[in-house]
Design a protein around this ligand. Structure first.
Ligand SMILES: *[C@@H]1O[C@H](CO)[C@@H](O)[C@H](O)[C@H]1NC(C)=O
Ligand SMILES: *[C@@H]1O[C@H](CO)[C@@H](O)[C@H](O)[C@H]1NC(C)=O
Length: 213
């Protein structure tokens, strides 16, 4: 029995680690060694449905009016964490994507922006504890996600345009999703000029829908 439990534990470790992996497996993930991996469930000409396994991130929240204000502060906090601002003083490699969770809010209201860096394989099991109390480790559950990809740079305007485009496509086929929250995922450094890849995500509710309207 002990042997079996040990074996199961070992298999769980293997599958958990399989979901953050070598970026050579994803053609738009070109700037980091490791990326978040997924299974493509289905796609239409408007969007993809992906399955993500449960993974751990290091995250921070900023309450403000726009992503443009939140992003530099959040990025700097998380970058300090991976540069050694953690209890073990560990340097942690950068991964992709960087994800920002946006609360659906009116233009003039403040909202919570949560930025997350994906922890690389070697730190998925036991992430070093952040020393900054504004930084926390966060595990996302296994999930299905509706994804729309776009190029260029993320901004309040492009995010809004693309999330509206995705929700309109989903509404037209009666797809169910968590409409009050969406995420934007970025795969490039701000210095990269060409072939930039960004995504907007809505969480699938119920069975994913891929047929055309
Ligand atoms: C990722 O895969 C490529 C090609 O398969 C290989 O050359 C490279 O060494 C791998 N990198 C890591 C970190 O495993
Ligand atoms: C961060 O913000 C989210 C909402 O996006 C909230 O659910 C969570 O409790 C916040 N966490 C911390 C540590 O502030």
């Amino acid at each position: 029995m002990i042997y079996l439990t040990g074996l199961l534990g070992f298999l769980l470790v293997l599958t958990a680690e399989a979901r953050v992996g070598n970026s050579s497996q994803i053609d738009f993930c070109t700037e980091t060694e490791q990326c978040l991996l997924f299974d493509l469930i289905c796609e239409t000409d408007k969007y993809e449905v992906r399955h993500y396994d449960s993974v751990k991130w290091v995250s921070t929240n900023i309450t403000t009016f726009a992503m443009e204000f939140a992003a530099p502060v959040a990025f700097s906090r998380l970058f300090k964490y991976i540069s050694g601002e953690n209890e073990d003083g560990k340097k942690i490699q950068m991964t992709s994507p960087v994800v920002v969770k946006m609360s659906e809010k009116k233009f003039w209201e403040r909202g919570v922006f949560t930025m997350s860096f994906l922890l690389p394989t070697e730190h998925q099991m036991n992430p070093p504890k952040p020393t900054n109390t504004d930084v926390y480790i966060n595990e996302t559950p296994e999930m299905n996600v509706y994804v729309l990809s776009f190029g260029g740079w993320m901004s309040t305007m492009s995010n809004k345009k693309k999330s509206d485009e995705l929700s309109a496509a989903l509404d037209s086929v009666n797809a169910k999703y968590k409409a009050d929250v969406y995420c934007v995922a970025g795969y490039n450094s701000p210095m990269t000029m060409f072939k930039r890849h960004n995504e907007v995500w809505y969480m699938v509710e119920g069975d994913p829908v891929c047929h055309r309207s």
